[in-house]
Ligand binder design. Sequence first.
Ligand SMILES: [Zn+2]
Length: 110
Amino acid sequence: MGDNVMTTNSPAIRALRASINKRDTEIERLREALAASEEREAGLTAEVAERDKPCEWLHYDHCEGKGKSDRAWHWKTSCGEVWVRSFGGPAYRGYKFCPLCGRPVVEVSE
Ligand SMILES: [Zn+2]
């Protein structure tokens, strides 16, 4: 008798099935929207990680043909530049960011 109720193709049953189908379609749409949102978040996370990757400044001592006092003021930066300053490096100057690429600056040694 219970089976008869479930298999009856009455207008009431058809309406209920239509309602369920409509909800299933909405659930699928929301799943896709959720996946797209998670993808955007992952993209932004990667962008922020790339932005916050520090610029490493290597104080180097390989300046051929120059005096020791000249060599003391050269840094190679991981953004591919050479920084020359006669008033000290980034830590001494209190630089928080590389003025060449804009990333947080860290001094490294060989
Ligand atoms: Zn840099």
